[in-house]
Design a protein around this ligand. Structure first.
Ligand code: FAD
Length: 412
């Protein structure tokens, strides 16, 4: 089996690109579990943080925006006043896959390496694939981060928020959630709804929530806080409108912006579910963690130096994701060594190509190159439109016979 282009990953970025390549007639394959991050690694009952209008998956004909999907299924929809339920988004993504990427192979890529003029990779189902170009759209799952000392606790007592979709195993149990961002706040609220005894622990002095949308906005508000695909605000609007300008900025400035812009804040609907309902320990640093008498014991210290102890049956580290190409377990070592990177994020051209010719990276891993928009499904439209022209060229390459070099090595 050969393809001009292989897409690894079937989340919003992989699926949008597949829709584009299919519409343009580019020979390609796509591999991955569709909407896997959303189906299995986000908590059931979650509401999307992104506005509904910014949560459409990109297809070049705009044939299936989220609004149309919702209308067809009689699901309540409003561009920004009604939050999108996780379940709705998953069903939408799977319908999008059926319509625009029906050829998707639901399997995992075990290993990827360069071979001849292209790439060879082994699939978990035992098949070997050759492709002229590869687009890695494998999301953030590989990059989940658990800080020490929590990363030394046994899995029975501690896990990452990525590990939980079904929250029913926690019913009636004491659960400590560590983190101050949307994942932590969402989880704490949803666990509380499930009848858990939840303790939310975070370094910040106060939990932050996005402001609820306003039905009517004054002219000044519309100028000062223009709508954007990653939330209202002048800067957000600049980053969503001009990702190629962002790409031209100095590396250090880009990294600074990506690490600072849109700090940890939960969606506005979570405020009522968390404030006054969930026990919150703010403004404290974790000092030690241990297992005693079948429980997790956490030693914390607050700003005034006071020691606080927390005990729970289980601890969930909602401590986020840190991009690091060394954690892409499917990348062959020799390929990894040749990848230019800046603080372990791949250095990408304006067409998302890495320093290894023919190997592209898209999705949140490209945020340091193209800005905060890449951390959201919204960025998939821009990424797909950037990738399309360069990937379309591979058709010409193949028809010139250059693919034969790869085919030859496969013994075909
Ligand atoms: C709790 C939480 C809430 C979020 N809420 C929002 C939100 O409201 N709005 C928003 O826009 N973004 C949100 N995000 C960010 C969101 O995860 C990303 O925007 C989005 O998933 C990126 O899409 P993607 O296609 O790059 O990756 P993903 O959706 O993560 O998809 C990755 C794909 O790669 C596949 N894959 C991975 N490794 C391999 C391999 N070796 N071989 C084959 N396939 C592989 C997976 O199976 C999957 O199909 C949230 C993130 C979290 C953690």
């Amino acid at each position: 089996m050969d393809a001009d282009v292989a897409i690894v990953g079937a989340g919003p970025y992989g699926l949008a690109l597949a829709a584009c390549l299919r519409a343009a007639g580019v020979d390609h394959q796509i591999f991955g579990r569709p909407m896997d991050m959303w189906q299995r690694h986000m908590p059931e009952g979650m509401l999307l943080k992104s506005d509904a209008f910014a949560s459409s998956l990109y297809d070049p004909g705009n044939d299936l925006p989220l609004s149309r999907f919702c209308k067809e299924r009689s699901i309540e929809y409003h561009d920004d006043l009604i939050p999108v339920r996780l379940q709705t988004f998953v069903e939408y993504g799977l319908t999008f896959k059926d319509r625009f990427a029906p050829h998707l192979e639901e399997t995992i890529v075990d290993s990827l390496r360069q071979e001849g003029a292209g790439f060879a990779f082994n699939l978990a189902n035992g098949t070997r694939v050759l492709a002229r170009r590869v687009v890695a759209a494998t999301g953030i799952g590989h990059f989940r981060y658990v800080p020490p000392p929590l990363n030394r606790l046994p899995a029975e007592f501690a896990s990452h928020s990525y590990d939980h979709h079904d929250l029913s195993p926690f019913e009636g149990r004491r659960v400590a959630v560590i983190g101050g961002g949307a994942s932590a706040i969402d989880l704490a609220g949803l666990l509380q709804q499930r009848g858990c005894d939840v303790q939310l622990i975070c370094r910040r002095e106060k939990l932050r929530f996005a402001s609820p949308p306003q039905i009517r906005r004054s002219l000044w508000q519309r100028i000062r806080y223009p709508r954007s695909g990653i939330g209202p605000g002048l800067r957000s609007r600049l980053y969503t409108d001009a990702p190629l300008l962002f790409h031209l900025m100095p590396e250090a400035l880009r990294q600074h912006i990506v690490s600072r812009h849109l700090g940890p804040a939960a969606g506005w609907p979570m405020r009522d579910k968390v404030v006054g309902r969930v026990a919150v320990t703010n403004g404290c640093e974790l000092q030690a963690a241990s297992i005693t008498d079948g429980c997790v014991g956490l030693e914390l210290r607050n700003r005034t130096g006071e020691a606080i102890s927390v005990r729970a049956d289980h601890l969930i580290a909602a401590t986020g994701y840190r991009v690091d190409i060394r954690r892409l377990s499917y990348l062959d070592k020799s390929l990894l060594l040749r990848l230019a990177h800046a603080t372990h994020a791949p250095v990408l051209s304006r067409h998302f190509e890495s320093s290894v010719k023919g190997l592209f990276f898209t999705g949140p891993i490209a945020a340091n190159s193209f800005g905060p928009m890449m951390r959201f499904a919204f960025g998939a439209s821009f990424a797909s439109r950037c990738l399309l022209p360069i990937l379309s060229r591979s058709v010409a390459y193949r028809s010139s016979g250059a693919m034969a070099a790869v085919d030859g090595q496969a013994g075909k």
